[in-house]
Design a protein around this ligand. Sequence first.
Ligand SMILES: CC(C)(COP(=O)(O)OP(=O)(O)OC[C@H]1O[C@@H](n2cnc3c(N)ncnc32)[C@H](O)[C@@H]1OP(=O)(O)O)[C@@H](O)C(=O)NCCC(=O)NCCS
Length: 185
Amino acid sequence: MSVRLTTPRLVLRPPVLADAQALVAALDHRSVLRETESWAYPSGAGVFRARIEGFARQDPRHDATFAICRSGVPVGLIGLHRRKRRVFGLGYMLSPRYAGRGLVTEAAGAVCAYGFERMKAEAIVANVFTDNLASRRVLEKTGFDFRGEVAPGWSATRRANFPRVEYALERAQKAACYKASERSA
Ligand SMILES: CC(C)(COP(=O)(O)OP(=O)(O)OC[C@H]1O[C@@H](n2cnc3c(N)ncnc32)[C@H](O)[C@@H]1OP(=O)(O)O)[C@@H](O)C(=O)NCCC(=O)NCCS
């Protein structure tokens, strides 16, 4: 995948091995990885490198992972991953140093627009730990609708299951994600 998306403040492009150290510095924090299902804290450079190699092997019709770059520096990851035909899951994480500036909302808007336009998504879905209010707010700002509680999800960092809720953005409502991608803080 060699897609490059731009928003007012960000470049979103495929992660490369040379990003591994910057991504470790940005993301290898308990406060970040505890909110994901599959990343254990600490992950370390080896895991980041292996993940980046995995992203490079993804079938671009089914998966698209982007480094979130601010002023040329990778500060986060965001991606779409096919769940079933025409339905994709959205995931993201950002360096705590850059949180609270609207950056993930901007990135999520652009990635969802890419999903609808280029991956032919009919719907984009996100599952979030119920108490992750910042992530829930990102989804609301990107136009997602609250769908309700779903089965608890595993946190590899916390080594336990936690309650989760689901949000979804349908193709018919995609105008909201374009707006989110253009918004500045
Ligand atoms: C959650 C996360 C993605 C947010 O990224 P971000 O760039 O800071 O998000 P934005 O600035 O676009 O929006 C965050 C919103 O949440 C709000 N928020 C932040 N902390 C909050 C809290 N504790 N309670 C309620 N709202 C909160 C902010 O005020 C903001 O809303 P506003 O614009 O209406 O004021 C980022 O902090 C992160 O990567 N966290 C760790 C990993 C993670 O949670 N990934 C998602 C897994 S589903």
